[in-house]
Design a protein around this ligand. Structure first.
Ligand code: UP5
Ligand code: MG
Length: 194
């Protein structure tokens, strides 16, 4: 794919902020290709013969960020697989560490902007705990949730702050209902020519 014909929007926010939920809306209405870094890592973890499977499993359970080489490569491969998708990508849950952000912006494709879903921890905890009853996700338990929050605050918020300084962050309060939040998202997208 060619970076000059490609639009990349990052979708960031704490664990359970609603990134995946809002991405599904955007895919339906705007024809984006949705690439969730977490989903790609979970698929790689389960792929027969993957040399990274056990490492990914360990990092996800601990809420730690998998070394960027693995994640950037998975994203790049997925982008090449979706060349027909009009070159518009929502990259969900990435970059969540500074080294990933710099590598992706320089070596893959610079982003247009970041949609940042801002949600208090107590609300996110309740959502994840509820989802944990049925999701089967190995990190939707009290112990892992705490670790994911810690990593978010210490490691991922600096990425949001970095893009904020470049005036490339669209901050959206993510506490109300999914429909109300999506109303805000659509308004912000419209103001940016989408
Ligand atoms: N829900 C959603 N919106 C709601 C609303 N407005 N009101 C009420 N309920 C709402 O939503 C979570 C739950 O809340 C769902 O049940 C939903 O119905 C409900 P969802 O849309 O899934 O939220 P999302 O922000 O996508 O939460 P997710 O759990 O996916 O966030 P994480 O960022 O924790 O997970 P991710 O899959 O991105 O990453 C998992 C792990 O992978 C990381 O912890 C890390 O170990 C690893 N990782 C890396 O190492 N590197 C990367 O680059 C990316 C991930
Ligand atoms: Mg998600």
């Amino acid at each position: 794919f060619s970076p000059d014909k490609t639009s990349v929007i990052y979708v960031l926010g704490g664990p359970g902020a609603g990134k995946g939920t809002q991405c599904a809306n955007l895919v339906r209405d705007y024809g984006f290709t949705h690439l969730s870094a977490g989903d790609l890592l979970r698929a790689e973890q389960d792929r027969e013969g993957s040399e990274f499977g056990s490492m990914i499993k360990e990092y996800i359970a601990e809420g730690k960020i998998v070394p960027m080489e693995v994640t950037v490569q998975l994203l790049e491969n997925a982008m090449m697989d979706h060349e027909e998708g009009r070159g518009r990508f929502l990259i969900d849950g990435f970059p969540r560490k500074m080294d990933q952000a710099i590598r992706f912006e320089e070596a893959v494709c610079p982003s247009k902007f970041t949609l940042f879903f801002d949600c208090p921890e107590d609300v996110m905890t309740e959502r994840l705990t509820n989802r944990g009853k049925t999701s089967g996700r190995a990190d939707d338990n009290a112990e892992s949730i705490k670790k994911r929050f810690k990593t978010f605050v210490e490691t991922s918020m600096p990425v949001v702050d970095y893009f904020e300084k470049e005036n490339k962050v669209v901050k959206i309060k993510a506490v109300k209902s999914p429909g109300e939040i999506y109303g805000e998202v659509k308004k912000e997208m419209g103001e940016r020519g989408f």
